[in-house]
Design a protein around this ligand. Structure first.
Ligand SMILES: Cc1cc2nc3c(=O)[nH]c(=O)nc-3n(C[C@H](O)[C@H](O)[C@H](O)COP(=O)(O)OP(=O)(O)OC[C@H]3O[C@@H](n4cnc5c(N)ncnc54)[C@H](O)[C@@H]3O)c2cc1C
Length: 411
């Protein structure tokens, strides 16, 4: 069964790309996942497979030589990858974001003719790098302060100079550190009194003088993402590496909030994998396990039914958000998106925990994938800007207030 469910509602392209992701995930990524998890190494071979299969260019528009996949197609593909290797799906998401921000989202933004022409020229270079050069991009935003939650300007600064910018700063938890060819960096245009509106989105060449990767990545889960620290010291970034015109990132982020939910596709895949594992375990079909069936016990049947119910609730929200995604969603759609993202991230860990409880002690052995799924699943609801807490925060506010509404001061 595909996460997309019955394939009748899918286009031919969607069916083909999902099938490709399933084959790569099952045959190539899954067998490598345990090693990259145990060694906390980046799965370069998986990226070679993605490159060869054309999946690095999945969301590059057709007219630029890409596959022209839309948002829904991308998240369905990403979820199937996450089903077999969460870390690969998560870092792949960071790569694909560079194509999503710059294509149909950018097309909908209000730009001056000069900005439009400048953006067209910059994205032509970006897409050529991906399509012809097979280059990989990251999304390195987090700094450890309030900026990633959207509450303060980025501490990483870009100072305008002739032909581009000089960038100084630091990014933490930067998936693909040391593995990407370009780091997609959010920084603040260095102007007096800068606010989050002065956010700038630049592609920093990983080989540029002044770029360094620091620290290690020895985390509980998602160990194959290589999410180390990036340091930028007087790094020159040419103006042609600007991925959105100055000042337009905030407009893009507010008009296409589904971008922040792309992360949940990975965790939808992990939720599905935890269920798949449990069914195989109870049917004694897991390779390497003694053939002891446990499916005949009523407690196991109830537990797996509970898991399936929670999985179906999660999947319904995931598929609905994939279909809903559009520029300028109405308030109801936005609120459903927060609820969907929250539910997928929280239910992935709940399903992994239920799987452990149902399958028992033997399922915890490192020779089986469940303990990795359990650890990887824990990471989803911590990811900014839409952590579980911040989704609730935003949803609660929007449930009770209409735009512009304020409370009178309470005496
Ligand atoms: C596996 C993994 C991969 C990652 N990859 C990337 C990546 O590629 N690029 C990238 O940019 N980042 C990445 N991140 C970073 C991630 O988005 C967070 O920035 C990181 O987990 C650090 O978060 P924190 O909990 O320390 O943040 P903190 O800012 O310390 O927040 C702690 C918690 O407080 C809450 N909180 C934060 N701000 C507010 C507020 N203003 N109001 C109310 N509550 C608030 C949030 O719920 C948050 O969970 C990754 C993280 C993980 C776990």
């Amino acid at each position: 069964m595909h996460i997309a469910g019955a394939t009748t509602w899918l286009s031919t392209q969607q069916r083909q790309l999902i099938e490709l992701a399933v084959t790569l995930g099952r045959e190539n990524f899954a067998p490598r996942a345990a090693r990259h998890d145990s060694e906390a190494t980046f799965p370069f071979e998986n990226y070679e497979d993605l490159r060869r299969a054309g999946l690095l260019k999945i969301c590059v528009p057709l007219e630029h030589g890409g596959l022209g996949a839309d948002f829904a197609t991308y998240v369905l593909v990403a979820a199937e990858i996450g089903r077999h290797c969460g870390a690969t799906a998560l870092s792949y998401n960071m790569h694909v974001c560079s194509s999503l921000w710059t294509s149909f989202i950018a097309d909908a933004l209000v730009m001056t003719p000069a900005q439009r022409s400048d953006h067209d020229s910059n994205r032509r270079q970006l897409y050529a790098n991906i399509v012809d050069g097979g280059k990989v991009y990251s999304q390195s935003f987090s700094e450890g302060g309030a900026a990633a939650a959207g509450k303060a300007p980025w501490g990483t600064l870009a100072h305008r100079v002739d032909g581009g910018y000089i960038v100084n700063g630091k990014k933490i938890f930067a998936s693909l550190a040391g593995a990407a060819d370009f780091y997609g960096v959010l920084c603040t245009l260095d102007t007096p009194g800068a606010t989050p509106r002065d956010t700038l989105y630049l592609a920093v060449d990983a080989q540029a003088p002044g770029v360094a990767v620091a620290g290690d990545w020895d985390a509980l889960g998602m160990r194959g993402t290589a999410s180390r620290t990036l340091l930028f010291k007087d790094v020159f970034v040419p103006a042609s590496a600007r991925l959105l015109p100055e000042g337009l990132y905030v407009q893009a982020a507010s008009r296409f909030p589904h971008m922040f939910a792309t992360l949940s596709a990975t965790y939808m895949g992990i939720a599905q994998a935890a269920y798949d594992f449990t069914v195989q375990f109870l049917r004694a079909e897991l390779p390497g396990m003694p053939p002891v069936k446990r499916r005949m016990y009523p407690t196991k049947q109830i537990a797996v039914a509970d898991m399936r119910i929670r999985l179906e609730q999660t999947r319904a929200l995931f598929l609905q958000s994939a279909r809903d995604a559009q520029v300028d969603p109405d308030k109801d759609t936005r609120m459903r998106l927060y609820a969907a993202h929250y539910s997928i991230m929280e239910n992935a860990q709940a399903l992994a925990a239920l799987a452990v409880r149902t399958c028992g002690g033997q399922s915890l052995l490192k020779t089986l994938p469940l303990e990795r799924l359990y650890r990887d699943a824990r990471c989803g609801s911590l990811m900014l800007p839409w952590t579980a807490e911040l989704c609730q925060d935003q949803l609660g506010r929007e449930c009770l207030y209409e735009q512009g509404e304020r409370d009178e001061a309470i005496e």
